[in-house]
Design a protein around this ligand. Structure first.
Ligand code: ATP
Ligand code: MG
Length: 392
């Protein structure tokens, strides 16, 4: 009896002619993720990836946890693989699933026979294995409608697999099937969630963070690195560009009306981000904005920000409430780190009464007194890169 992991493909199976490319990416990502744990064979067939450990001492708990963070997998479970023989299957079901069956009040068996040469049909397999389980565990009842545990028997090409209920996978599409985008990341709650959500759709991330020392500290930047480290557990390797933003912010303070500080700062952030994004072959900018959350996130302010760039800007959280964003931050484990109280450059020189409906010509006029171009290019050029790898 050998333990393996079965990972069910999600939307990848809908990909028609491109399916092979998506599957190959997924397999590559699974291999990379499991690499630190030892040797595995990873193979896809019939909308399932079968992951077989090749060493004896592999920690399967850890392997399963890692599979739970790979985008493109909708569900996954640990299973035991046995020869395609009904006696072996019965025995394996009661031995392998004993810990689960001992704790359950009710169960049912579901069978899938994709190897049509197997001499029993699916309903027969379920019946035989079901009776054997019922006889072996007298305290458990059969309940076909609402069982505590569903035992699944899959008769496939290489072997028979037996498992209990699958766990929910990370969903989405394998990275980098959707290309690359630049996430504007702060130390707040929202942008790490936005990073996770866009990565989930198969996007590889480049991160851009604006720092304004001495108004912002090293610890604030360190916090952003920690957040990206957590996100990279799902998103893979991330290059983070830390942009020196002090000079630009001071210039805004010096030359622009106070009620426009924030909106102009955001316009400058977008321009510098686009420069970095273009240099690194990103196809879009991503932010953690949610409609109406603060003055700079009204439709008017967002439009005014976006007119400064030609690249599409996506905001995965635009229609979400804070509560919904926090729920995801908790799920992906960024929430506690985001709460650490270090200042962000957005909170430097904040106006007392920021404009919620900035007039674009007014904003353009306010900016026109300064030649920003060189300053913005310099900031992009001097961005410091840190490469963040997922923790092993
Ligand atoms: P967050 O929780 O992500 O900080 P927020 O609700 O606090 O978001 P703002 O501070 O107005 O909102 O920032 C809006 C968005 O602008 C952020 O989600 C992020 O994408 C980007 N942003 C803010 N500060 C920075 C920064 N220092 N560097 C890079 N991007 C930033
Ligand atoms: Mg913020």
């Amino acid at each position: 009896m050998k333990e393996i992991i079965l990972a069910k493909l999600g939307e990848v199976v809908l990909k028609g002619l491109n399916r092979k490319n998506f599957e190959d990416l997924l397999i590559k990502n699974i291999r990379r993720k499991l690499h630190p744990l030892g040797a595995f064979e990873v193979r896809a067939s019939q909308s399932t990836v079968r992951i077989t450990p090749l060493d004896d001492d592999i920690d399967m708990d850890e392997a399963a946890d890692k599979i739970g963070k790979v985008f493109g997998v909708v569900a996954y479970c640990r299973a035991c693989a046995v020869e395609k023989d009904i006696e072996a299957i019965k025995q394996a079901a009661i031995e392998y699933l004993a810990p689960v069956l001992e704790d359950a009040g009710s169960f049912k068996v579901e069978s899938k026979r994709s190897d049509k040469k197997f001499p029993y049909g699916s309903p027969e397999i379920s019946k035989i294995v079901g009776s054997f389980i019922a006889d072996s565990f007298p305290d458990i009842n059969v309940d076909v409608h609402n069982p505590d545990v569903t035992v699944t028997v899959e008769i496939r090409d290489m072997a028979a697999y037996i498992h209990a209920d699958a766990l929910e996978g990370a969903g989405g599409l394998p990275i980098p099937s959707a290309g690359r985008a630049a996430i504007l990341i702060s130390g707040g709650i929202d942008s790490p969630v936005a990073a996770y959500m866009i990565a989930k759709r198969g996007v590889e991330l480049t991160a851009v963070h604006f720092a304004s020392p001495p108004y912002t500290s090293d610890r604030a930047e360190e916090k952003v690195r920690t957040l990206l480290q957590i996100v990279s557990d799902y998103a893979g390797r991330i290059e983070m560009y830390t942009v020196p933003f002090t000079r630009i912010q001071e210039e805004i303070k010096r030359s622009c009306p106070e009620d426009l500080f924030t909106i102009i700062m955001r316009r400058m952030m977008m321009r510098v981000s686009q420069m970095i994004a273009e240099e690194h072959e990103c196809q879009a900018l991503i932010t953690g904005e949610s409609l109406g959350q603060v003055a700079s996130q009204t439709l008017g302010a967002i439009g005014c920000t976006d007119e400064t760039v030609t690249m599409p800007v996506f905001r995965p959280l635009i229609g979400m409430d804070k509560k919904e964003i926090v729920a995801i931050a908790e799920k992906i484990n960024t929430f506690e780190t985001s709460l650490l109280p270090y200042e962000d450059c957005c909170t430097v020189f904040t106006p007392k009464h920021p404009r919620t409906k900035p007039k674009r010509d007014m904003v353009r006029r306010a900016e026109s007194a300064v030649d920003w171009d060189e300053m913005l290019k310099e900031a992009a050029r001097n961005a410091k890169v840190t490469v963040i790898y997922p923790e092993q």
